[in-house]
Design a binder for this molecule. Structure first.
Ligand SMILES: [Zn+2]
Length: 454
């Protein structure tokens, strides 16, 4: 007896770049059979012509802050509703609570989707006693960060994320100190949020490539769309390609499909000079929380929020759309959401990235072959994360599966009050062999686990 049998679906085959009309049987959390299946199942799921895809893997997002929301769950629900089954937290140098807490909470009550986490360097900095963003860390603090990073990785963290723009005081010496014992490890990842966006973004690419070269650890360049879509995207992509091809550096990239970014207004990102750099102004910044909820900023509200509500997430509509497309088309780029919410408020990318990528960019604008596009949200991130049993529809693989209707799938989350609105066209989601979402209805929000490195 199977647990679930999916009938009338089109299975995504990424080896042959084709859709296969076949049945799929699930048992004990795994894809048990593909073909014509006589065996009975407890649940027969009629896919009604939907694409049967591996669950989407979001290699770059930001977990919820457990102290803010009542049951602790915020972004993990919109993630599930847009078809994500595994998400990577702790990006850009920032953990919103320590990994131990994250793991314990998930162990106790489950999670809507699987989580993996980086240990964030800026969070380590604070734990080691450097709570400034501009000052260098002392040798003792670096030593302590190194020890803490080793412990977290030993306990199952994916690797270390850096957020250089948020802590400009971080030197190369500090980076090499913190990663000293990890040199040459191929089973972990480093990632970084650039030190500079806009015209100095290429300098940042060189810094990240240099870290990859000196540490010999695979390196993930974070959200290129929000750092290089100010006029030098092609140069940035070419430079990264050159480092890979000429120096053999293991660099890869993620990007999200929006021409607007989001972060806390109190950070260095909005330090004086940002508007000159972007060629934009206050009204291009959308404030998301009281007392300025869903209002474009003015000089006065911008300055007030920066000073008195520094944790407020804001949306900056400052990037160039055509350069977002360039990034999404590039073979080294995976699509990831960079989603982050605070009190259920924020940028729609946390609830719309994957349906938007498929519906707007693959189907409507045809920026890329459908199968090449689908690999960017399934097989590519699975391989990058060394999740050897995920990211493909094959017998023996984990039954993390998303069914979507290619002709209707689209994001509905938008800027403002609908930033967590679920998409259209997601037929069903299965995690670890359990049906967790069906026709827009959440069935189970506890099937996700904390995944340690393979
Ligand atoms: Zn970032």
């Amino acid at each position: 007896m199977l647990d679930i049998k999916i009938v009338n679906g089109k299975l995504l085959d990424m080896d042959q770049n084709r859709l296969i009309e076949a049945e799929l049987g699930i048992k004990d959390g795994k894809i048990d059979k593909i073909g014509t299946i006589d065996e009975d199942a407890r649940i027969i799921l009629d896919a009604e012509g939907a694409v049967v895809s591996p669950g989407f893997i979001d290699i770059h997002m930001h977990e919820e802050e457990y102290s803010l929301t009542e049951n602790g769950i915020d972004i993990a629900i919109p993630m599930l509703q847009m078809g994500v089954t595994t998400a990577v937290t702790g990006n850009c140098g920032n953990n919103r609570q320590d990994i131990r807490t994250l793991r314990e909470v998930i162990k106790k009550r489950g999670n809507p989707v699987h989580y993996m986490s980086y240990v964030g360097h800026n969070s380590l900095r604070v734990r080691a006693g450097n709570d400034t963003t501009l000052e260098a860390s002392t040798p003792q603090q670096i030593e302590m960060m190194k020890r803490l990073a080793n412990e977290e990785i030993e306990a199952g963290a994916l690797g270390i994320s850096f957020g250089f723009e948020y802590s400009p005081g971080t030197s190369m010496e500090e980076v090499l100190g913190v990663t000293q014992d990890l040199k040459g490890r191929r089973d972990i990842l480093l990632s970084a949020h650039y030190r500079f966006d806009g015209e100095r973004a290429l300098e940042s690419v060189e810094e990240m490539a240099n870290i990859c070269k000196l540490t010999k650890i695979p390196f993930q360049i974070s959200h290129i769309s929000s750092m290089s879509a100010f006029g030098n995207m092609q140069e940035a992509l070419d430079l990264i390609t050159k480092f890979r091809e000429e120096e053999g550096l293991d660099l890869m990239i993620d990007a999200y499909p929006y021409a607007a970014f989001s972060t806390r207004i109190g950070t260095e990102v909005f330090a004086p000079g940002c508007f000159e750099r972007w060629g934009k102004s206050w009204e291009d910044i959308l404030l998301t929380e009281p007392p300025y909820e869903d209002q474009p900023a003015t000089k006065e509200s911008f300055e007030d929020a920066r000073k008195n509500y520094p944790e407020m997430l804001v949306v900056a509509k400052v990037m160039r759309e055509e350069e977002i497309t360039l990034a999404l088309q590039h073979p080294l780029v995976m699509v990831a959401s960079d989603g982050i919410y605070r009190n259920h408020k924020g940028h729609p990318r946390g609830a719309g990235t994957f349906p938007r990528f498929i519906g707007k960019y693959l189907r409507d604008e045809k920026i890329l072959d459908f199968f090449e596009g689908m690999k960017k949200i399934t097989r590519m991130p699975a391989r990058r994360l060394r999740l050897h049993n995920k990211g493909e529809i094959k017998e023996g693989y984990d039954a993390d599966i998303t069914l979507f209707h290619y002709d209707t799938v689209i994001d509905r989350a938008d800027f403002g009050s609908t930033s967590q609105e679920p998409p259209e066209g997601i037929e069903a989601v299965i995690i670890d062999g359990k049906l967790v979402l069906h026709k827009g209805k959440l069935i189970d929000t506890t099937a996700g686990r904390y995944l340690t490195r393979a």
